[in-house]
Design a protein around this ligand. Structure first.
Ligand code: PLP
Length: 464
């Protein structure tokens, strides 16, 4: 029998040393950081699971592309290689580079939406929602109900509820909906995928009403691979072909190349509508740069062009999803409640279920984040009351978020199997003494996006 272990389909050519720290050192660092891991320096982190955005390891080919990058202001060959890659992978005619995903979003909504419009989505990512709202439109999330039930296993928990989309169109009128969006995969909802059947249905509804469909394509390759694994009729289809089929149902997309572009910066907006693209290029010139670089260096365009093709390699995707699944299944088996099934880019611990003795207003997710740093130097992020709760500005009263999650996001091609085993051991070790911990309270917070800058104080004796 051939070996069955799914290995990292790459060798290591350059290494970045990890600085090991002791628990006592970490306790002192964490105290200095006000128990907020956003205030830590990354050199004090052993395994950094804060985000999968812009943290990918580039390949030898991408680094070669960096050297080839041509920095001409206009008409650089690097731009044309980038444009060719986007056309080949996504199939859209008009390609507009931006410095990252949110710049693509801003250009899309500024040129498509007016005040009072409505933009439905399965779930808007926070920068997407903010950019819809910035032009005076309303961002509406229409996720299927199983997408909100953490423990329930369902293959496509990122699907959009088509019944509610029809209802919304009937109630509000198609003329108030300039576009519908689908986020692939659903980052704010546990990294869960959207099925091809759902994409097809949403696009049919859109076509019936003359509404264009756009994709938030950040993790399109992970979504395409999950369609291949989970949806009938796709098991034998090449992932690149599945990706093309996904985008054949849309009129365009926005993309952050910091995710499935396997690059450290960049993004784009793409469309099949030349008149819209003309207006978008005018906005681009005003804020990002000339249309053949759009806020990026020529070398970045090269890295993205190569990354967009590498991300569709099936050995890579098999390894990628296997390592996320391995982490999720190993901690779930040890009794740690997670959002099921594990997502494409991250595992989400359900902190409310994990620490039932810590009430939401004592920030159970923050406890998990602080304790995993102490336990193994692991940095992750709370997605609960710290991030989405609200403090009443008049009364000072705190309101909890609807969920208390902790996201463990895996950077692409960065960590090996033994790193993942280390994560599992640290999480399980914390799980064994979780009854001895308590919650946290804010000692400092800003009125907006408080999770980045907040400081905390433990409500229990933190063990050194
Ligand atoms: C990261 C992300 C964005 C924004 O991209 P940036 O490059 O961070 O600006 C938009 N949508 C989703 C789903 C994302 O994950």
């Amino acid at each position: 029998m051939p070996p069955k272990t799914i290995i990292e389909p790459f060798r290591i050519k350059v290494v970045e040393p990890i600085r090991m720290t002791t628990r006592d050192e970490r306790l002192a660092l964490l105290k200095d950081a006000g128990y907020n891991t956003f205030h830590l320096r990354s050199r004090d982190v052993i395994l950094d699971l804060l985000t999968d955005s812009g943290t990918s390891a580039m390949s030898a080919e991408q680094w070669a592309g960096i050297m080839r990058g041509d920095e001409a202001y206009a008409g650089s060959p690097s731009y044309y290689r980038f444009e060719d890659a986007v056309k080949e992978v996504f199939g859209f005619e008009q390609v507009i580079p931006t410095h990252q995903g949110r710049a693509a979003e801003r250009i899309l909504f500024e040129t498509m939406c007016s005040e009072g419009d409505i933009v439905p989505s399965n779930t808007h990512f926070d920068t997407t929602r903010a950019n819809v709202e910035a032009v005076g439109a309303r961002a509406v999330d229409l996720l299927v109900p199983e997408g909100r039930r953490h423990q329930e296993v369902h293959p496509f928990k990122g699907n959009l509820d088509t019944g509610r989309l029809r209802e919304l169109i009937r109630e509000e009128g198609a003329e108030r909906i300039p576009l519908v969006m689908l986020t692939l995969t659903n980052n704010s909802g546990g990294g869960q995928p959207v099925s091809m059947a759902n994409i097809r249905q949403v696009s049919e509804i859109c076509r019936e009403h003359g509404i264009p469909l756009y994709m938030d394509a950040c993790r399109f390759a992970e979504n395409a691979y999950m369609i291949r694994l989970r949806e009938e009729g796709y098991a034998e289809r090449p992932v690149a072909e599945i990706a093309r089929e996904i985008f054949s149902h849309a009129q365009g997309c926005t993309m952050s190349a910091k995710k499935d572009g396997l690059a450290n910066i960049g993004g784009f907006v793409a469309t099949n509508d030349p008149e819209l693209a003309r207006r978008q290029r005018n906005v681009l010139i005003l804020t990002e740069g000339f249309p053949t670089y759009g806020g990026l260096a020529g070398r970045d365009l090269e890295a993205i062009a190569i990354g967009l093709r590498e991300v569709l390699e099936e050995d890579y995707l098999e390894y990628r999803l296997a390592s996320v699944r391995y982490l999720g299944e190993a901690i779930a088996e040890a009794g740690v409640p997670i959002v099921q099934p594990p997502g494409g880019h991250a595992v989400y611990i359900d902190a409310a279920a994990f620490l039932p003795h810590v009430p939401p207003l004592e920030l159970p997710g923050q406890t998990v984040v602080a304790e995993l740093y102490l336990e193994g130097g692991i940095r992750c992020v709370e997605v609960g009351t710290v991030m989405f709760g609200r403090r009443d500005p008049e009364t000072g009263e705190e309101h909890p978020a609807p969920m208390e999650l902790v996201r463990l996001a895996l950077p692409r091609r960065v960590y090996t199997q033994s790193h993942v085993d280390f994560m599992v051991e640290a999480i399980v070790a914390f799980g064994e003494r979780k009854d001895s911990v308590g919650g946290y309270r804010f000692t400092y917070q800003e009125p907006v996006l408080r999770h980045f800058t907040a400081r905390f104080e433990p409500l229990y004796e933190v063990a050194g």
